[in-house]
Design a protein around this ligand. Sequence first.
Ligand SMILES: [Zn+2]
Length: 90
Amino acid sequence: MRFWRPHRRRRDPLVCREFVELVSDYLDATLPRHERARFEAHIAECDGCAGYLEDMRRLIGSLHDLPDPPSDPTTRAVLLRAFRDLRGQP
Ligand SMILES: [Zn+2]
């Protein structure tokens, strides 16, 4: 599975880090509207985060396809943390 591809353009790493923090809220549709707009604007101009979002979508989708999906938020938090570690976030 492809987890992350390098940024083609150099972006503010703080924005990208924030993106990773917000991605689960975005996919849960719990992100406030103004944050959501900022988030989508970032996807439009950051290939790395767009790819990351796709991977998260696929991951969460594949969890839903399991016969007995892990429904508790803790499991998902662990997965999100694992993703972050793969990216080499501190
Ligand atoms: Zn980014």
